[in-house]
Design a protein around this ligand. Sequence first.
Ligand code: NDP
Length: 241
Amino acid sequence: MDMKKLVVITGASSGFGLALAKRFANAGYPLLLLARRLDKMTALELPNTLCRQVDVTDKPAFATAVAEAESVYGPTDLLINNAGVMLLGSIENQDPLEWQKMLDVNVMGVLNGMQIVMNSMKQRQTGTIINVSSIAGKQPFATHAAYCASKYGVTGLTAVARAELSASNVRVLSICPGAVSTELLGHTSDPAIIEGYQQWKQSVGAIHITADDIAQTIQFSYELPQAVSLREIIITDTKQD
Ligand code: NDP
């Protein structure tokens, strides 16, 4: 029987990350779950799982948590850089601190995670990194300037990481989901933008794709043979245009 190897999931306290944690735990993988809200992760009571309160922009804390999990479960075989924030606003009106927040978490957080695991993956000549980008990393949307900048950034840096790691047999993938109902929209500070987004969702006939559909797709891409790299996945609700 093959031994399941360590899976590290960032942003595991809600949405996609929480769905990923449940799926990978059900499939028998040892897990390291990271987010700022520790209670949401420990409440899952998943077996073979370490939960740590880590902000992905804090690279030393991120690295310490990975080292701790690896001392228990062995080297990281899959890192899912999923943590992210979306704060919508027009370029004309948005507080630059919100732009900075998105670039810090969505771009720097992903780079931090990759730098923490990649040397060991290179040495071992195996491993997978899956970065959660967005449809907003492939096409523009009004009120998404810094979010699009961050997600186009994730799409781009994933391709660069692939160029640096493919010769070492390490897979680097990005997944670009369309709109899925999670906590993500709730952090936007402008209620009119939230209302407009909800109206758009109604206009496409509501969004039926779920966080678990995204988690299932990520699990599928990981469980393909190591020689098979599903480099970039774009996945949306069928009714999203
Ligand atoms: P949620 O808001 O439900 O989840 C985001 C997760 O990221 C939470 O667990 C949050 O945990 C964590 N997080 C946020 N900031 C940090 C930080 N600084 N350090 C560590 N963890 C952090 O949203 P989703 O599940 O929808 O989003 C997951 C990813 O998917 C994001 O990268 C998002 O951009 C992307 N995405 C989402 C889409 C959607 O429509 N839902 C579409 C396309 C992409 P905590 O607050 O506890 O730290």
